[in-house]
Design a protein around this ligand. Structure first.
Ligand SMILES: Cc1cc2nc3c(=O)[nH]c(=O)nc-3n(C[C@H](O)[C@H](O)[C@H](O)COP(=O)(O)OP(=O)(O)OC[C@H]3O[C@@H](n4cnc5c(N)ncnc54)[C@H](O)[C@@H]3O)c2cc1C
Length: 397
C-alpha cells in the first residue's frame, strides 16, 4: 500500500509562468498539478535526495563500493535483451511498450502513464494515461524533448485508479517518488529509461538543423554505441554523423540547463530500467532494481532473447582527453571525425565500459556546468556516487 490520503493541494502554476527551479526546470509536469504543493521537496533540481528515495523504493541505497552499483544503481540483475519480433516504429525493439501492454492486458495495472505526440508535430510530447494497448503503442518511440509526463497526475486521483504503471525519465521519476505516497494508489510500478542531453522543442529544432542534412524528414534519432548519431528519415534511410564531428561550439547551449546539471542518467529510482547503452550494438540493456522490476520483466520473458552483459576496453584516457576538448568547443573536420569514429569503434569501449564512458563524460561535463553556473548548489545537488565518479578525472576550473 502506498496511500496516505488526504494530501495537501496548491494551485497549479499557469503554463509559461516562472517555475520554482527557474532555468533548471526540466518541465517534468509536477508544477502543472496541485501536487506543486510538494515541489520544494520533490523537484529533482531543488532537492536532490536520490539516496533517501533509493531506500524508499528499493529498501536500500546503492553500494558505493560495488563498481556496478556505483555506476548503474541498485540492482538485482543486468542483461542485454531484444524482442524476438521488434515492434515496428519503436525506439529500439519495443521492450518498454511490450512490458506496458502485458501489465495492462493482464490486469496488473489499470492505466499506464506514457507520452504520445501531438497530431501536428511528431516530436511534441503529449502525456496520457493509456488504458488500451493501442494507446500504449501510440506512445512508442522517444519524444526527444523535455516532456511534462507528471502533468497527468491529478487525473489519476480523479479517475479512482488504484494500480498504475508510470513510464518516464530520471527527473520525472524522482519527483514522482517524492509524491508517491500522496497519489492514493495501492500499487505503483515504475518503468524507467536512461536519459541524457534532452532539449526543449526549440532546442531540438536547432540540433536537427545544425546536425542533419535533412532535418524536416527525421523521424527518430539516437546517440549510438558506435560513436555516431543515427538519424532515421521518413523514407527509412539512416544518416550517420560521428560524435566527434558534432558542431559542439554551436550546440553548447542547445541542451536544457536541467540536463546539463543532471546526475541521474540511469534512472536510479525506477523498478526496472530499459535503455541500450550497456548492451552490444542492436541490443537493449536492462537493469532490474527490485521485485516489482522482476515482475515486469517476467511479463515479457517469452517475447525476448537475452544474453549476459559484457564489458571491453578502457574508457578513462578517452574521457580525460574529451574534457578539455568539449570545454573549448573543439570541432574536428568531418574527414578526421569519421576516421576517429572508425578507430574508436574498433578499439574503443564496448558494453558496460561504453556505458561508463558515457556516464563519465556527462558527469564531468555536468559537474563543471553546475560548479560554474550554480556554485551554491554544488555540494547538495551532486550525489555522493557522482562525486566519486568525477573524482577520477582532472577537471579545468
Ligand atoms: C530523451 C531521451 C534520451 C535517452 N537517452 C538514452 C541514453 O543516452 N542511453 C540509453 O541507454 N538510453 C537512452 N534513452 C532510452 C532509449 O532511447 C529507449 O527509449 C529505450 O531503450 C526504450 O526503447 P524501446 O524500443 O523499448 O521503447 P518504445 O517501446 O519505443 O517506448 C518508448 C517509451 O518512452 C516514453 N517516452 C518517449 N519520450 C519520452 C520523454 N521525453 N520523456 C519520458 N518518456 C518518454 C514513451 O512513453 C514510450 O512508452 C533515452 C530516452 C529518452 C526519452
Amino acid at each position: 500500500m502506498t496511500s496516505t490520503l488526504p494530501h495537501k493541494k496548491a494551485k497549479a502554476l499557469k503554463p509559461g509562468s516562472p517555475r520554482p527551479a527557474k532555468e533548471l526546470c526540466s518541465e517534468c509536469g509536477l508544477c502543472d498539478t496541485y501536487y506543486v504543493h510538494y515541489v520544494k521537496e520533490a523537484c529533482a533540481f531543488l532537492n536532490q535526495q536520490i539516496k533517501e528515495l533509493e531506500e524508499q523504493s528499493h529498501s536500500r541505497s546503492r553500494n558505493l563500493d560495488d563498481s556496478d552499483e556505483l555506476y548503474f544503481g541498485v540492482q538485482q540483475e543486468m542483461m542485454a535483451a531484444r524482442k524476438k519480433e521488434p515492434i515496428p516504429g519503436a525506439q529500439w525493439t519495443g521492450i518498454v511498450s511490450s512490458i506496458a501492454i502485458e501489465m495492462l492486458e493482464n490486469g496488473i495495472v489499470e492505466g499506464v502513464v506514457c507520452v504520445q505526440n501531438t497530431e501536428s508535430d511528431r516530436f511534441q510530447p503529449m502525456p496520457v494515461i493509456a488504458r488500451t494497448a493501442e494507446e500504449i503503442l501510440a506512445a512508442r518511440v522517444n519524444k526527444p524533448t523535455l516532456s511534462p509526463n507528471l502533468s497527468v497526475l491529478e487525473q489519476i486521483e480523479q479517475s479512482g485508479m488504484k494500480r498504475l504503471l508510470v513510464i518516464g525519465v530520471g527527473c520525472q521519476i524522482q519527483a514522482l517518488r517524492a509524491v508517491e505516497k500522496q497519489l492514493g494508489l495501492e500499487k505503483l510500478y515504475v518503468l524507467g529509461t536512461p536519459c541524457v542531453d534532452n532539449v526543449t522543442r526549440a532546442g531540438l529544432q536547432k540540433f536537427l538543423e545544425t546536425t542533419s542534412k535533412s532535418p524536416e524528414t527525421v523521424v527518430h534519432y539516437e546517440f549510438m554505441q558506435d560513436f555516431r548519431v543515427h538519424f532515421k528519415h521518413e523514407d527509412g534511410s539512416i544518416e550517420m554523423v560521428p560524435f566527434f564531428g558534432l558542431k559542439t561550439n554551436k550546440l553548447k547551449d542547445v541542451f536544457a540547463p536541467s540536463c546539463m546539471s543532471c546526475f541521474d542518467y540511469v534512472n536510479s529510482l525506477s523498478d526496472i530500467v530499459v535503455g541500450y547503452m550497456g548492451a552490444p550494438f542492436g541490443w537493449q540493456w536492462i537493469v532490474v532494481r527490485n521485485e516489482r522490476g522482476k515482475e515486469m520483466l517476467d511479463m515479457v520473458k517469452d517475447q525476448i532473447d537475452t544474453q549476459p552483459v559484457m564489458s571491453q576496453g578502457n574508457r578513462q584516457a578517452a574521457v580525460q582527453q574529451s574534457i578539455p576538448a568539449y570545454d573549448k568547443g573543439v570541432t574536428l573536420p568531418m574527414w578526421a571525425a569519421k576516421l576517429m569514429g572508425v578507430v574508436i569503434e574498433k578499439i574503443g569501449p564496448k558494453g558496460l565500459e561504453y556505458a561508463r564512458f558515457s556516464i563519465d563524460s556527462h558527469f564531468t561535463r555536468n559537474y563543471l556546468y553546475t560548479k560554474r553556473n550554480h556554485p551554491e548548489k554544488l555540494e547538495q545537488h551532486v550525489p555522493e556516487f557522482a562525486k566519486r565518479i568525477v573524482e577520477q578525472y582532472e577537471l579545468p576550473d
